[in-house]
Design a protein around this ligand. Structure first.
Ligand code: PDD
Length: 287
């Protein structure tokens, strides 16, 4: 039985209870984070906590803890569930009301929940064969930079991809590719790595930032630029990134090969740099 954190207490997951009147349950009124831990070390903790603060502020939920308190809670949670690499999920909802009302009173006490689950080792076949993706209309709202628990569009889009035999959906809005259903998008054209700039139409991914940082630190040409649908379809390489899936090379898009249909040379380079970075986190040499 894994140990979870709920409203100030660590307890076995089967004993954790939340009210049915919680606004997270009734409205999806809350925000979340997913933070990997390698060898017991949280990966990019401060940027994750900064994004949590930004999400909370955007939806007007008071941050229940300071940065130091958050770090303490998450480190204790990892210590409670030792062993493999882990992914910490945390969510903060607006709290519990005595009746259902879209409008909320200020000053509710937020509900805070966190759990930690093992991350399976990345499948070596992924780096060899890559994944299939399909493109779908981005049916989400205009505030995709907020990491809201309200994920019904993302759930339906991912499901549609899976039912089409693909691993992920790449989302298209007004002729531009924004990101994946639960991942950020990169393409490679003529040796340059391109990713859409941050803004309200995509999540500012922590993995995305690290990939840009690694590119900058190792002389990989890169730029942040909108990606038109035609550019996506004729890219030499397409990658999707997320904390739990790291860098995924997309080798077929809508059933057609991307480039030569195999993970490309820039992917292999970045995959190596990413693995080195992860090892540094594991050994406590990087955060
Ligand atoms: N999702 N875009 C969306 C819509 C996402 O849901 C995610 C991550 C990302 C990548 O962000 P990061 O690199 O910070 O993980 C981009 C998480 C993993 C999830 O919902 O489980």
């Amino acid at each position: 039985m894994s140990t979870v954190f709920l409203n100030g207490e660590f307890l076995p997951s089967d004993q954790a209870r939340v009210s049915v009147m919680d606004r997270g349950f009734l409205f999806g009124d809350g925000v979340y984070e997913v933070i990997p831990a390698y060898g017991g070390h949280l990966f990019r903790l401060l940027p994750h906590l900064q994004r949590l603060t930004d999400s909370l502020r955007a939806v007007r939920i008071p941050d229940p803890y300071t940065e130091t308190q958050w770090s303490g809670i998450l480190e204790e949670l990892i210590g409670e569930n030792p062993g493999t690499d882990q992914s910490v999920y945390l969510q903060v909802t607006r709290g519990v009301m005595d009746r259902r009302d879209h409008a909320f009173p200020l000053g509710l006490e937020p509900t805070v929940f966190a759990m930690s689950n093992p991350i399976p080792d990345p499948d070596p076949a992924l780096a060899e064969r890559g994944i299939a993706a399909i493109s779908l209309d981005d049916i989400r709202w205009q505030s995709c930079h907020i990491k809201a628990i309200t994920l019904l569009p993302n759930v339906l889009l991912r499901q549609q991809a899976v039912e089409a035999g693909a691993a992920e959906a790449i989302l298209i809005r007004d002729g531009h590719a924004t990101e994946g259903a639960a991942s950020n998008l990169f393409i490679v054209r003529d040796g340059t790595l391109i990713t859409p700039p941050k803004g309200p139409l995509l999540l500012p991914g922590i993995t995305r930032d690290l990939v840009i940082e690694l590119a900058a630190g190792h002389g990989v040409p890169h730029r942040e630029n909108a990606i038109g649908e035609a550019e996506l379809r004729t890219a030499d390489e397409v990658w999707l990134t997320s904390s739990t899936k790291e860098i995924m090379p997309v080798t077929t898009l809508d059933g057609r090969p991307v480039g030569d249909g195999r993970p490309g040379p820039l992917y292999r380079r970045m995959h190596g740099l990413y693995r080195e970075y992860k090892q540094a986190v594991r050994e406590g040499r990087a955060g």
